[in-house]
Design a protein. Structure first.
Lengths: 73, 504
């Protein structure tokens, strides 16, 4: 499964060594995030009724793990 | 399937000037359950009388998908009661945030002008915000049916997600552990702050905690009923007294070193679990601000009301200015300190220091406004292995809020071992710290734990901890003047059981 590195407006742009370090940190955190989502079974598909199963908060959209909702538990 | 029904005595609550009995409904203060230790079966809370809310007003209009029953008093356990309980919670939370958010804030674009709420969308012990609706559910547990939309704590948590999404949409799918956890924390902070918007709740929590808001109470215990329902089938999945308790002592850890899931008694990188660190810090900051404004006496409900609005204002301002990065917690914390009124800065920073979200040097920088804070990063104390006596270690006091004075830390054998060989989850052992670093770590631990008594006048030293209610804890060390230096010295050992044993 392709891991998403996509973020929306994730901090100011930077270049050089600092920029590379920032990108590495972002990538590492995003990979851990995605792995946690998968490990906990929070990624799923919608049923025929269009609803997500209980506890599922993420879907795979065009090969990327995307959050589609937040839950209370 | 049995639905719990009760005709409870209704508490008389001021509904606002000019409100008539006909313009009132009954609702829950903050949850259908309010017991510190749930009995079997649990006892329901007492409904309160509230004015009829108007959810359709703009901006941030809300609509309920199911038909509206006539606004009047209904018995608990009925669909009509649940409708108005949810509506009242939505109105209370929305009105509160609408008064704090920047002008022009609207729901996220896909929500549209009106946030639609489905009060019972099927079977699940949960609730969701999906950038279109708020969805609540029902589930069976312990011989009764629990409706997540009946709890103001749950309703205001979900409303918090929608509110934060309106303010900072970049957070929704940022994909970092801390941003996801912060979203959950904001939901819980929304529940806490919304609960404080009734006069009766403020009176109740001040009486229950004797004015010490950081104590575990009906305020800090979030979603007692939903927590109870989940506990019936998964006893370790939630806190023992509620879904999540904001009165906690959970300390920041780099979430990448935490397991992806864990029982509620432990910290994990799962967003709801990790959210408890920030929520705990926020409650402590709130309690610290209240402590400051009360000047040592018991705070009034009016003071609590004002403090709740100030804390929310600091929080919203901080979120607006915080950069979306993996270390989002410390970004928001530093920005909150920056935004806080000078009289509140030490109280705000104290909450974050005591939960490790801001390291002490970062906290000092945030207060001084001299540096951008980039990392939290306080590691947990680990080893108790004793270390040999060391010479005096000098520490630059400015890093810890001691101004230009130098601090001497002597006889590190009594505590330096706390950091002698720090283990890091999943990586191995931390490098052995140099004596100066060990001394700094030890000093940080003492301040974060509120263990130091300051015996030097005319300095702000240690103010991070001293403005916190926890500073009433048994002091094991003191800071005294020694020539031109400040000296940290131990005054007693604490066995941890409040037996009064002393190291003198």
């Amino acid at each position: 499964m392709k891991r998403s590195l996509k973020t929306e407006k994730s901090g100011p742009a930077s270049s050089g060594k600092e920029g590379l370090a920032r990108k590495r940190a972002f990538r590492k955190d995003r990979e851990l995030y995605d792995q946690g989502v998968v490990d906990r079974g929070e990624v799923g598909k919608r049923g025929k009724d269009g609803k997500l199963p209980p506890g599922v908060t993420h879907e795979v959209v065009e090969g990327e793990i995307v959050r589609t909702r937040y839950s209370a538990v | 399937m049995k639905t719990k029904r009760a005709v409870a005595t209704v508490r008389k609550v001021a509904a606002g000037a000019g409100a008539s009995a006909a313009a009132q409904i009954h609702a829950w203060e903050n949850d259908p359950f309010a017991q510190a230790t749930p009995t079997n079966p649990p006892v329901q809370a007492t409904p309160i009388a509230r004015p009829v809310p108007n959810l359709g007003s703009t901006p941030l209009a809300i609509g309920i998908s199911s038909p509206q029953p006539p606004p009047q008093v209904y018995n608990t356990g009925t669909p009509e009661f649940r409708y108005w309980a949810a509506t009242e919670a939505l109105g209370r939370g929305r009105d509160f945030w609408r008064g704090i958010l920047p002008a022009g804030t609207n729901w996220y674009t896909t929500v549209g002008p009106k946030l639609i709420v489905n009060l019972d969308n099927g079977v699940d012990l949960n609730a969701y915000y999906d950038r279109h609706n708020l969805d609540f559910f029902h589930g069976s547990a312990g011989g009764m049916t629990v409706y997540s939309g009946e709890s103001p704590d749950v309703v205001c948590h979900e409303l918090g997600h929608a509110t934060l999404d309106a303010l900072k949409p970049a957070l929704f799918n940022a994909g970092f552990i801390e941003t996801a956890a912060f979203h959950e924390s904001f939901g819980d902070m929304s529940a806490l702050l919304s609960a404080l918007q009734t006069t009766q709740m403020r009176h109740d929590v001040l009486a229950e905690t004797h004015g010490h808001l950081a104590r575990s109470s009906s305020l800090s215990r979030l979603a007692e009923q939903l927590g109870w329902a989940i506990r019936q089938s998964s006893p370790s999945a939630v806190d023992p007294d509620c879904l999540r308790n904001a009165a906690n002592s959970l300390f920041y850890r780099d979430p990448s070193t935490l397991p992806p899931s864990a029982p509620a008694s432990s910290l994990s990188s799962e967003p709801h679990s990790f959210s408890r660190v920030f929520t705990g810090a926020f409650l402590d900051a709130l309690a610290g601000m209240l402590h400051v404004v009360a000047h040592g006496r018991r705070p009034t409900e009016a003071e609590l009301h004002a403090v709740s609005k100030k804390a929310a204002d600091y929080l919203i301002g901080a979120i607006e200015n915080a950069t979306v990065v993996p270390t989002f917690y410390s970004q928001v914390a530093a920005a909150m300190v920056h935004r806080a009124h000078p009289a509140d800065k030490h109280a705000v920073v104290g909450g974050f220091v005591q939960h490790g979200i801001l390291s002490l040097p970062a906290a000092a920088s945030a207060i001084a406004g001299t540096a951008r804070v980039t990392a939290a990063a306080a590691a947990a104390p680990v080893s108790t292995k004793p270390s040999p006596d060391l010479e005096d270690v000098t520490i630059d006091g400015a890093q810890y809020g001691f101004g230009t004075q130098t601090l001497l830390v002597h006889g590190m054998a009594e505590g330096a071992g706390f950091r002698a060989s720090a283990a890091v989850l999943g990586v191995g052992a931390m490098p052995q710290p140099a004596p100066e670093q060990a001394a700094k770590d030890f000093l940080e631990d003492l301040i974060q734990l509120g263990r130091i008594e300051l015996k030097v006048s005319g300095t702000t030293a240690g103010a991070f901890a001293l403005t916190q209610p926890k500073s009433s804890r048994l002091k094991t060390h003191e800071i005294v003047k020694e020539g031109t230096f400040l000296r940290l010295r131990r005054v007693r050992f604490d066995c941890g059981f409040d037996c009064g044993c002393s190291g003198h």
